[in-house]
Design a protein around this ligand. Sequence first.
Ligand code: NOJ
Length: 507
Amino acid sequence: MLRVLIFIFIVNNINGQPDHHYECDVRAFPEGFLFGTATSSYQTEGAWNKSGKTENIWDHLTHTQPYEILDHSNGDVADDSYHLYKRDIEMMRELGVHFHRFSISWTRILPTSFPDEINQDGVDYYNNLINEMLKYGIEPMVTLYHWELPQKLQLMGGWTNPNIINWFADFARVAFELFGDRVKYWVTINEPYQICNEGYGDRNMAPMLNVKGVAEYICTKNLLLAHATAYHMYDREYRSKYKGVVFITCSASWYEPESQDHYGAAWESNQFTWAQHLHPIFSHTGDYPRIMKEKIAAKSKEQGFFRSRLIEFTPEEIKFVKGSSDALGLNHYSTTLVYKNESVKHMYESPSFMDDLGVGMASVNDRQGGGMVDDVPWGFYNLLTTIREEYGNPPIYITENGFSTKAGLVDDDRVTYYRGYLSAMLDAIEEGSDIQAYTAWSLMDNFEWKMGYTERFGLYEVDYNSSDRTRTARKSAYVYKEIVRTGTLDMCYAPDLFMPISIDEGH
Ligand code: NOJ
């Protein structure tokens, strides 16, 4: 492995975590390592009611309660990728990425929510997208569920209705049948924590159900069973024919103790948040983390419930969910400090997930970039190392990582973020973590959910005032392109922004 180390210095940040700074270091990624970009359907496609597509929960929320979105915007047009997908693929070619991750809008291919009617226009759109990507050697990585539940299913309880297991499995079957011959990477569900905790136990995401301490746990159990059902279906009926991989993508922030007195609080935060989903699938127990089960059962009893609000798995369900993922899809953005003291006792509504967890949270460095993500690369290293040690080193695809800024083409903060996080990831790889792919979120600016278009995550900037939603490469796009082209991370590479970003031969 080529590694030219010119100058290393290690500083200790506020928590005594080593921060590795490799100034002008050039570090190589492993042979065969894959780089990609990501988007999702609601955030980019637009055409919300074109060609037979029906309403999903984000259409419903943005149309009925526009004031819930910071800039009162919606995804009706978004980046208009439904019409401009060829330009998107041109950008992927400019970057030279090996794969691109996008999602399928459920109601665009199944307008009734069910498989009784398949919308040919929707199918044509995804066929065109997939075929055009493959024409240029870009592998499609397809997410089945990136938060766009059909509104009709929400009316019937959405993820709190156990029938969702079959509804989702039917949708997955239709997608495997239609696209499985060409799609080899399938993400079943994106970010269970955001779906259930933020959408059902809080009001940060659609459907903003906010039935705290109850709905998120019902949602999580149904979601994990739905995921496992789709996984086993592929395994049984499609794998030998199509030879793809199927996995779930979980979000994981890293929780760090505010000081050494708070290790327990940090450990519990990691257990309650991301280990909630990793444990049932990747641990030998096949169940929720023990601390979660114990704390929620005890609290529930204290509160007068007749049983734990955390809906436990039966022994059969444990067997069914355990091992139901060919890899771990991991979305990681940032790190939060946690503490536990007397003040925390009455900090949260009761019952609620946060009350069950019972810790206080603070940000690490006050968002120096001005956006919603704190740049804390060492947290990524800690997370990856912990997953390697706790779960027997599962194969990992980083399915999202990225930084948000305000508009502007010279995005030095994003460049610094990407370099720091890629370097932290390389540290973990060099210590043995089995990380096989990295995905930058996002290919271009898009609808950032309740933040509307105010937070921009794109390697390409999108001009929302232009009718063709003009996409322009930012500095970070040039930097990422060079990383993909060389398979190395050069901490001092300075792109020439006056040269147009062009498509290299072979792309
Ligand atoms: C995770 C989500 O999957 C994606 O939709 C979102 O835009 C990014 N995080 C950034 O918040």
